[in-house]
Design a protein around this ligand. Sequence first.
Ligand SMILES: Cc1cc2nc3c(=O)[nH]c(=O)nc-3n(C[C@H](O)[C@H](O)[C@H](O)COP(=O)(O)OP(=O)(O)OC[C@H]3O[C@@H](n4cnc5c(N)ncnc54)[C@H](O)[C@@H]3O)c2cc1C
Length: 316
Amino acid sequence: MSATILVIADHGHGALSAGTGKTVRCAADFGANAIDILVLAEDGADIAAQAAGLSAVRRVLHIDAPANAHPMAAIAAPQVVAAAQQGGYSHVLGPNTTFGKDLMPRVAALLGVNMVTDLMRVLGPYRFERPIYAGNAVHTVAAPENQVVVASVRGASFDPAGTDGNAKVEALSVDAELPGHTRFVGLEEHGGNRPDLQTAQRVVTGGRGVGSEDNFRVVFEFAERIGAAVGASRAAVDAGYVPNDMQVGQTGKIIAPELYICFGISGAIQHLAGIKDAGTIVAVNNDPDAPIFDIADYGLVGDLFEVIPELTQALG
Ligand SMILES: Cc1cc2nc3c(=O)[nH]c(=O)nc-3n(C[C@H](O)[C@H](O)[C@H](O)COP(=O)(O)OP(=O)(O)OC[C@H]3O[C@@H](n4cnc5c(N)ncnc54)[C@H](O)[C@@H]3O)c2cc1C
């Protein structure tokens, strides 16, 4: 059974998100007849041109409208559904980024189908693996073959698609009624010029052991020194040291950096769920029995306030 797949592009600040490339890579595992990308934007030509460079993509469709100036799932969903029906796609995939997690369930609901969340491996066009119990078990799911499959793709499980593609770019218009109950008010972003936590190759995190919002400054400075994104445990977020969009773990961001360095984090199972696919894990904790040392590749028993300056000095 073959598949024609529509991948919904996630983008911001004029650039395609890394999650989009990973979703395309996942789509390639379906042995698909065709992979198309849909870009929703006010003026999507630039983003579409970027998407056209992804390997194995046949066409990039862009729906340009003032309503698409800001990514809003409620506004995007009816347009995605109209495009999916117009193109007769068998599968609609989106990244499990914040945007995709908001959008894809709405698309599934409008199509009247169940949704496969967090797809981590493709066993066939209608059979997939996804994590359950905070990533401690893997669940095999079969989707009905007589319905459109709507799925979110776990970015941490796929490499980005190659960039040797040369897809056709086409403007698309769809007949979709947009809801009036949702409108863009404003966007508050944290993080400034720091790398994006979800896609960074190096991530530094702090936990309850950091002790306060003021103390977190040392974590930020160290991260800046090595060009890393900054995250935190839920305990650090709940204590108000940092905003909650920095939380890593089961109920925060699932990340897969090459290098993960954590300071003052004990290694609770819900935190580990977010870093399962990290490459090298380095833990600094003053308790030699902390569970984080069971999974760390490198562990340093010590006070983070002494270790961080020493590490910074060693970097020269
Ligand atoms: C449904 C559910 C979902 C959850 N989701 C998440 C999630 O997404 N992400 C998440 O992180 N947690 C999550 N949690 C919470 C999780 O169970 C833990 O409570 C949390 O991860 C603990 O954070 P922590 O390691 O920072 O704090 P603690 O467990 O209190 O650990 C602090 C560590 O810092 C060390 N320390 C203290 N001072 C220093 C120092 N000066 N130098 C070095 N080390 C020091 C201590 O030895 C200790 O090991 C969830 C819990 C539930 C029930």
